[in-house]
Design a protein around this ligand. Structure first.
Ligand code: PRP
Ligand code: URA
Length: 209
């Protein structure tokens, strides 16, 4: 699928299976999401541009690779995005962070905004939007809309699970934003949940069901 990468690394798939299992505890779910986010972060940053700088090793001077440009921005779609954010920050501690507070109205499945805070210079930075679930894509589309309104032009969307319907809607709304996911599941059910899925990611992370 154009613009969509499925990370089929065995460690990602193994951890995802444990997360899907309804017998998995809240503590294990949170730990696994953090672990998986390291592996997904590795994939979503694979094409970052490098430049070089002069350093001296204990042996001799060398011209060594280093990341080019301004620091990344990780944009977490609250609440569940924070489960990916924590691990991503372990890997890229200097990244800037945006928070986009959205919840799905359970009747309409429309995204409702309740919070937005982002660095002011989004135009100069790669923005990686993180949310474990891409279901109808209403939340992801709105999050990217808001970030673009604030100047972002270079974005990626990282999730754990996607529905085919959500991928289709998101790539149509934002064809310039590549998607990285660990799985494209079978479909959405009549309540807008991904199946087989893993249930409500926020509830499973925080034990709020
Ligand atoms: C979940 C999830 C996404 C959204 C995906 O959040 O984390 O943000 O649903 O669904 P969509 O693609 O149909 O918009 P939710 O609205 O349940 O909020 P929460 O993270 O606060 O639980
Ligand atoms: N949000 C979730 O947390 N899970 C789904 O299956 C769909 C939306």
């Amino acid at each position: 699928m154009q613009g969509v990468t499925v990370v089929d690394h065995p460690l990602v798939q193994h951890k995802l299976t444990i997360m899907r299992d309804k017998a998995t505890s809240t503590a294990s779910f949170r730990r696994l999401l953090r672990e998986i986010s390291l592996l997904l972060c590795y994939e979503v940053t694979r094409e970052l541009e490098l430049t070089t700088r002069e350093i001296e090793t204990p042996m001799q001077p060398m011209t060594a690779p280093t990341l080019e440009g301004k620091k990344l921005v990780f944009a977490s779609v609250l609440r569940a995005g924070n489960g990916l954010l924590d691990g991503m920050l372990d890997l890229v501690p200097a990244a800037r962070v945006a928070h986009v507070g959205l919840y799905r109205d359970h009747e309409t499945l429309e995204a409702v905004e309740y919070f937005f805070k982002a660095p002011s210079d989004l135009a100069d930075r790669l923005v990686i939007v993180v949310d474990p679930m891409l279901a109808t894509a209403n939340s992801a589309i709105m999050a990217v809309d808001k970030l673009k309104e604030r100047g972002a032009t270079n974005l990626r969307f990282l999730c754990l699970l996607a529905a085919p319907e959500g991928i289709a809607r998101f790539t149509k709304a934002h064809p310039d934003v590549p998607v990285v996911t660990a799985s494209i599941d079978e479909k959405l059910n009549e309540k807008g949940y991904i199946v087989p899925g893993l249930g409500d990611a926020g509830d499973r992370m925080y034990g709020t069901k």
